[in-house]
Design a protein around this ligand. Structure first.
Ligand code: CAA
Length: 257
């Protein structure tokens, strides 16, 4: 039974996780971390799930890590517990994660959205890393993923001043995949996730792995890795089906194997 998130299946092969701590603008506490990582890991192992949506409310995707939970902790506490380290489990999820962000995505909320593979933003979305205003710095990947996503100049601006950026600035900077009118966010996200989930699952998983590898390796190693993954798809039913369907001018019937 989950306390801080809701789970549903809004479309065929699509699962959705909705943050549900409205009174604290979906602040992320330890329990939320455990529930999200457990849910994503279980959904990742489900062959009937081809994409996972992560979303919040109209007012807040998430306003950051839970400040009231963190405030009394000592260095010894957070260091011994490797505080926030559990979020790394999201990096091991091989099914695409689609973030649907409306309202505040601040601190850990922005960092959680950046752990996803696609980021759809409502025109109401506000992104920022305000940790500096609390006397700390980002701890769930902000200094690393934000810098890779939008470059040093803007990452420094956001992280050192704590200012927020709106959806348009975030899209221009390369943080956001698409901006959608707020009242269309849910529908657009479900249809995007459905589209991904309708593709061959092994091809989708390999493509996700290939893009992530771009951040971890040299260009020549990355190109070789991509080419070998491309070769490996020729061992799947779905490669034969996808190419045959194209030649026969009909939609493919992927088996996701
Ligand atoms: N943690 C705990 N509670 C939070 C919270 C957070 N990150 N953000 C908001 N809340 C709570 C507020 O304390 C308030 O609760 P009470 O009614 O009990 O006082 C409730 O949510 C509503 O918030 P506000 O009254 O502040 O709402 P607002 O509309 O006036 O302001 C806001 C909205 C600008 C987002 C403001 O709430 C805010 O600045 N929140 C904190 C943002 C922040 O600093 N995030 C970074 C956290 S640290 C972090 O994330 C570390 C990391 O890297 C992982």
């Amino acid at each position: 039974m989950t306390e801080t998130i809701l789970l549903d299946r809004p479309a065929e092969r699509v699962a959705r996780i909705t943050l549900d701590r409205p009174r604290v603008l979906n602040a992320l506490n330890l329990r939320t971390m455990q529930e999200i990582t457990a849910a994503t890991s279980e959904l990742d192992g489900d062959p009937d799930v081809g994409a996972i949506i992560l979303t919040g409310s109209a007012k807040a995707f998430a306003a950051g890590a839970d400040i009231k939970e963190m405030a009394p902790q000592s260095f010894g506490d957070v260091h011994a517990a490797d505080w926030l380290g559990g979020w790394e489990a999201l990096s091991r999820v091989r099914t695409p994660l689609v973030a649907a962000v409306a309202g505040y995505a601040l601190g850990g909320g922005c960092e959680l959205a950046m752990m996803c593979d696609l980021l759809l933003a409502a025109d109401t979305a506000k992104f920022g890393q305000p940790e500096i205003t609390l006397g700390v710095l980002p701890g769930m990947g902000g200094s690393q993923r934000l810098t890779r996503a939008i470059g040093k100049a803007k990452a420094m601006d956001l992280i050192l001043t704590g200012r927020t950026m709106d959806a348009e600035e975030a899209e221009r900077a390369g943080l956001v995949s698409r901006i959608v009118p707020a009242d269309a966010l849910s529908e657009e996200t479900v249809s995007t996730a459905s589209k991904i989930a309708s593709m061959s699952k092994p091809a989708v998983m390999l493509a996700k792995e290939a893009v992530h590898r771009a951040f971890e390796t040299s260009l020549s190693e990355g190109l070789l890795f991509e080419r070998r993954l491309f070769h490996s798809t020729f061992a799947t039913h779905d490669q034969k089906e996808g190419m045959t369907a194209f030649i026969e001018k009909r939609p493919p019937e992927f088996r996701h194997r």
